[in-house]
Design a protein around this ligand. Sequence first.
Ligand SMILES: Nc1ncnc2c1ncn2[C@@H]1O[C@H](COP(=O)(O)OP(=O)(O)OP(=O)(O)O)[C@@H](O)[C@H]1O
Ligand SMILES: [Mg+2]
Length: 465
Amino acid sequence: MTTLEAITPTTPQIEGANFLNLLIVDDERSIRDACREIAQSLGFNAFTADSAEHAYRILESQGIDAVLLDLRLPGAGGLEALNQVKSRRPDAIVVVVTGYGTVQSAVQAMKNGAYDYVTKPFSLDELKILLDRVVNHLKLKTENRMLREKIKSKQGFGSIIGRSPEMEKLYRIIAKAAYSTHPVLILGESGTGKELVARSIHFSGPFRDKPFIPVDCGSLVPTLIESELFGYVKGAFTGANQAKDGLLAIAEGGTVFLDEVGELPVDLQAKLLRAIQEKEIRPVGSTKRVPINVRILAATNRDLELGVSQGNFRRDLYFRLNVLSLRIPPLRERRQDIPMLASHFLDRLSRASGQERTLSDDAMKAMLAYDWPGNVRELENCIERACALTTGPMLHVGDLPPAVSNLDASRTFADGKIVPIAELEKQTILNAIAQLNGDKLMAARLLGIGKTTLYRKLKEYGSQE
Ligand SMILES: Nc1ncnc2c1ncn2[C@@H]1O[C@H](COP(=O)(O)OP(=O)(O)OP(=O)(O)O)[C@@H](O)[C@H]1O
Ligand SMILES: [Mg+2]
């Protein structure tokens, strides 16, 4: 009987309900009933328990916001019960009920985290006033939490940082794209946050509980991409000792993110197009088709239209992927986001290392003036590097990579100064990458150096990737 009474809250009238859950713990039935009546009249959802054990069970299974706790429960030291409540629901407001003449224990309870106390016997009016205060306190707490969330989201969209008009526009498109099932083509230079945006589209949408599977079309060998995407049957090729499902099938109900889709070989482009159009795939080595239900997001830092006109990318697939398209502007076109991004990365590093760090004005000035050919990723690396190299709390311009701190080689020429060859080389390489919108392979080709050399040099400059 008591158990039933304890677990079933009596529903208050919806009108005037405050949607807060109050747990009343008292071994005297008449007191429980009286308190419950008052609580309900104030709009609480009231739960009751006649022992400490009962109370703990309810606290573990219900979202209790406030507790009215008799400190003189049989079988439990009053303060012990309070501690148990607090350990189960640290955020709950606890009002303790003490006996006449035991103010001492009330004081101790307040020290141990109780919000307030009331002495038995108390009048119903007294209880009403007390519970009213509890409601106001809890409301304020919720409002504060909502305010904090709001401030947090003022930085951007979910984990994407930036409040420039360009980014605001992007957030609106992401929010819309999240609730559509059409493919989205995400365009942007290297390091602008294409993968971040793809994740954001998936995780803000209605199928966020389903898988999000990124596939890097640029780094896998073509035969591997095919077997990864479409799966294979046992014996399809040497080493295929067991059948394997393709990622397009595994992502069932979710999203497959085709990163660097411009790198996809032409024959695979045809297979992908068929898969998207017919919503089914044929695993390698199989004659059977498998239905798929998956959303396609794709990204590229290449000019796909150019690829189409040059015959490297199928026009029909381009149109399929490009139903919705979204371009992330390079960082140099939204410089106002630089301080917010920089402090975001600094904060993250500070949290990880426990050491607070700030940027000096001259460092910030240099960062604002720099063109960031590697975009947000380069900024992230720049901050990480500067933090790793500096011991003090302040990062100065001298702590930044040379490309950022001493940005203008041409000014040095104008000054008639002698410039070391290594510096000229660096500027030439960085400028080439910037001009080619971050396409490092093309930069290496045009500069007449190997790709490995280019990556090694970039690493030396601290702006790798
Ligand atoms: N607006 C942003 N706010 C916070 N972090 C960002 C933002 N844009 C990019 N980043 C961070 O920068 C890094 C690069 O982002 P991401 O990998 O999404 O870029 P990308 O466009 O896919 O680059 P690539 O073309 O080189 O693959 C990541 O660590 C990402 O978290
Ligand atoms: Mg990427």
